[in-house]
Design a protein around this ligand. Structure first.
Ligand code: 1PW
Length: 215
C-alpha cells in the first residue's frame, strides 16, 4: 500500500539531503550534514545487526553536533565554517592532546568527515562494480584506503569482520530501494560528485586551519 511505500528507506533521499548541505557561497550546513548522516545510519542498520557497533559511534557524534546546534551558542554552529571559526577564536578545541574540550564540534565533525571519504570511495566502487563483485571486498578496499589509517588495530579488526558478513550486491541494491542495477548506477553517478564536493570543501577548511589531526 501507499503507506508502506512511504516508509521504505531510500538511499536517494539520503543523498538528496547531502545536496542541501552546500550554501550559495559554498559553506556547509551542519543541520543537513547531520541529517545526511542520520540517513546513512538508518541504511547501515538495515544491512544487519553487525553494523550497529559501527553506527553507534556515528549516532553519538551526530548527537554531539545536534546538541551544539540546539544549544545556547547554536547560531555559531549553523555551518562548518562558522563552527570552526567560533571554536578556534574561543579556544574551545583541544589542538594537541585531549584536555578540557574532548568533544569539540570540530574534532567530532572531523571523525564523520573521515568516514565520509570511506563512503565516497565505497559508493564509487559500487557504481563501477559488476554482478559478481563482492560488497565485502569493495567495502574493505575503500576502508583500507581511507578511514582505517585513523583507527587502532581493534577497530580495524572489528570493522573487517563486519564487512565480511555484509549482504551481497543484489541485497544491497534492494535495501537501497532505488530500482534496478542501472538506476542505482545512475543515482550514484549523480550523488558521488556532490558528496565529493562536500568532502573537499571540508577537507580544505580543516587543512587551512591545520585541524586534520585533531585528537
Ligand atoms: C555502508 C555505509 C557505511 C558508511 C558509514 C561509515 C561509518 C564509519 C564508522 C566507523 C566507526 C567504527 C567504530 C568507531 C570508531 C571510533 O573510535 C572512531 N570513529 C569514527 C567515525 O571513525 C574515532 O572516533 P573517536 O574514538 O576519536 O571519538
Amino acid at each position: 500500500s501507499a503507506v508502506i511505500e512511504e516508509q521504505k528507506f531510500s538511499l536517494q533521499e539520503v543523498l538528496d539531503t547531502f545536496k542541501l548541505c552546500l550554501s550559495e557561497n559554498q559553506d556547509v550546513y551542519v543541520e543537513h550534514y547531520v541529517a545526511g548522516w542520520r540517513g546513512l545510519v538508518k541504511f547501515m542498520n538495515s544491512l544487519g545487526n553487525v553494523f550497529t557497533f559501527i553506527s553507534k559511534d556515528a549516532v553519538n557524534k551526530i548527537q554531539i553536533l545536534v546538541n551544539f546546534l540546539n544549544g545556547e551558542n547554536g547560531s555559531h554552529y549553523v555551518t562548518i565554517q562558522s563552527m570552526v571559526k567560533y571554536e578556534l577564536d574561543n579556544q574551545l578545541v583541544d589542538l594537541e592532546k585531549r584536555g578540557s574540550h574532548p568533544e569539540s564540534g570540530s574534532r567530532t565533525l572531523l571523525r564523520l568527515h573521515r568516514a565520509l571519504r570511506w563512503l565516497e570511495l565505497f559508493l564509487e566502487r559500487l557504481r563501477t562494480s559488476t554482478e559478481d563483485s563482492k560488497t565485502s571486498v569493495m567495502c574493505a578496499d575503500a576502508y583500507n584506503e581511507s578511514l582505517s589509517q585513523h583507527h587502532p588495530w581493534v577497530i580495524r579488526k572489528a570493522a573487517g569482520m563486519a564487512f565480511y558478513v555484509l549482504p551481497g550486491r543484489p541485497t544491497f541494491f534492494e535495501v537501497m530501494n532505488v530500482g534496478g542495477a542501472e538506476k542505482v548506477v545512475d543515482m550514484l553517478g549523480d550523488a558521488i560528485p556532490m558528496i565529493s564536493k562536500v568532502y573537499q570543501i571540508t577537507e580544505d577548511l580543516y587543512a587551512q586551519n591545520n585541524l586534520l589531526e585533531l585528537p
